[in-house]
Design a protein around this ligand. Sequence first.
Ligand code: C2O
Ligand code: CU
Length: 453
Amino acid sequence: MWVLVALPACRSPAPPMDPTRTGTAAAIDLDPDPDTVEISLVAEVAEVPLDGVASEAWAYRDAGGDGPATVPGPLIDVPAGARLVVHLQNDLPESTTLHFHGIRLPNAMDGTDHTQPLVRPGEAFDYDFVVPDPATYWYHPHFETVDQVWKGLYGAVRATAGGPRVDADRVIVLSDISVDVDGRRVQEVAPEERVEGRHGDVVLVDGEPAPRSISAGRTERWRIVNASTARFLTLALADRPLDVIGTDAGPVAEPWTADQVRIGPGDRLELFVDLEDGETVELLTLPTDRADAVPIGETVQLVSAVGSGGRADGDGQGPIEPLPVPEAPAGAPVRTVTLASGVAPNGDALYTIDGIPWPFETPYDVPLDATEIWDVRNDTDADQSFHLHGFFFRVLDIDGLAPEHATLEDTAEIPRRGSARLLTTFDEPGAWMFHTHVLDHAELGMMSHVNVR
Ligand code: C2O
Ligand code: CU
């Protein structure tokens, strides 16, 4: 027989509400099986408030719940190792796809126009794959990518499994936007803005103008996603170094501290933050030099967190086994990948890989399971945020210098007029795209793909 038991008196009181203003509530899991997360997203044109002003965005709505579409889209929360099913319904006036940035998945689920038919207006597509690695990822369209992301189509994926015990495991999605005098989103972008990569004049934290206030637990993990179309961020805390605990591929074997860390568009960073009761921690982005022709901007306060002393909304997670970071095998083939800019016959700016703009690229051919070193050279006047689909790579060196910490990434900065060498094992067959995540440059041609077979 059932007995009702009062909650034990020692149960800590509900934590103060996290003043999240929008965006990152998790999509509802429609499948009761704990090993499957099934969610249903609708991409639609919606009035989404921005600082209290209703304004048109392109946004994802969780069809499993009854809330409105949000920017960023619903958080996809999935235990690592679980199956993730995402039903996408396209109610936009334009075709779209859904790409899961960073997740190692079968090629047919990669969400690009090389791997599936475009999801046309009124159509639907089901994504269905296992999320193998615990890390912070994000999702976005891979068709008319820069404009669709700019209009609001992006969201975070949190794949959990261990990591340091924390009171709150928090996702923080950073992006930017331009607004008109009435505070409404500006969706049109002039051709000149595309040449250097558009910058919004307002930095957004979880879809609202920075800064965001957080009532924090004693210990927190912050999973930071740079979903900007072009903005590089120089992250720092106001009065102490950053505790870096994870990168694109999830937790690192040995956390480290740094005064500041740059993350380019598409990149992610995981931080550990601890706060005494009443203590304030401020997350900033500092002035950032990303291109000869782009002003460095000012310091922007992103997050102001006040310690509440008690536990916040998360559960402790326990130890985790980070992915091993490989050494370069002797004699690994080296492939030169050249990023450059140019001018089209009609005078328009274009960007290229190996001298050719997408979609006219000549794909690379790599045998299945081959390990290669890509020597990525950036001949442009702008730093590029280089992204490879489907695999993690190790950054061996940047301008000839090994980075201080060996990590696995799917997105890494290639300095202007410089280079970086990336080590990758291509252990999943298919057509995998790679491109700069300065999305205007990608759309203007700095994009290609590799056929693994
Ligand atoms: Cu974030 Cu080709 O993507
Ligand atoms: Cu990607």
